[in-house]
Design a protein around this ligand. Structure first.
Ligand SMILES: [Zn+2]
Length: 219
């Protein structure tokens, strides 16, 4: 009888013994007994979860965008707002998550709307800093369709701060990347920020574009 074969009906799933050995040793270091019932399958589960949560490293952005870049005669601001993101802080390996808002002004080309949340996922599923996540999304859009401007604002709750009591539990970090017209033209930037405020009462980002960094790496 091979109980593991029952637990993983998908034969294509591969597991890394080295990773599972490490997680088992980590449990011992934490003072746990990895052989107790609730923990027996934990190394396997953690291996699988971590691989999913860092799957953005191996994602192919060009393949994802393939066939979703369109030529259009449209030069008004395109906004995709309230995109949920879930990422992992590279300093503590703890989650941070929140909303991401993306805007750009086309210059002959647009990205299929559904691809923008996919792009956010690809960069979020890595060990990240919220500042870098924000910049990577913005620069990828700039690179792929050369728009007149790109703006990305992320609002994130960091469990490494909230759970450890480093910050007030309901505080969140706002980061922004403003490129092209959003950087050069205050009116364009304000139009974007006003549109964000329309539906998000909690968003008070009048003071942007200076990002409020999440400088919590010292401990
Ligand atoms: Zn952290």
């Amino acid at each position: 009888m091979a109980p593991e074969a029952v637990a993983t009906p998908n034969a294509a799933e591969t597991y890394n013994d080295r990773m599972q050995d490490l997680i088992q040793r980590l449990l011992v270091e934490l003072g746990e007994d990895p052989s107790r019932e609730g923990l027996v399958k934990t190394p396997r589960r953690v291996d699988k979860a971590l691989r999913f949560l860092t799957s953005g490293y191996s994602a192919d952005i060009d393949a994802m965008l393939n066939g979703a870049l369109f030529s259009v005669d449209y030069s008004e601001m395109v906004i995709v707002r309230d995109i949920d993101f879930y990422s992992m802080c590279e300093h503590h390996l703890l989650p941070f998550f929140g909303k991401c808002h993306v805007a750009y002004i086309p210059n002959g080309k647009v990205i299929g709307l559904s691809k923008i949340p996919r792009l956010v996922d690809i960069f979020a599923r890595r060990l990240q800093l919220q500042e870098r996540l924000t910049n990577q999304i913005a620069h990828t859009i700039l690179d792929k369709i050369q728009p007149l401007g790109v703006a990305v604002v992320c609002e994130g709750t960091h469990l490494c701060m909230a759970m450890r009591g480093v910050e007030k539990q309901n505080s969140y970090t706002i980061t922004s990347a403003m490129l092209g017209a959003f950087r050069d033209q205050a009116r364009t930037r304000m139009e974007f920020l006003e549109l964000l405020k329309l539906r998000s009462g909690s968003l008070s980002i009048t003071g942007l574009p200076l990002p409020q960094g999440s400088h919590h790496s010292d401990d």
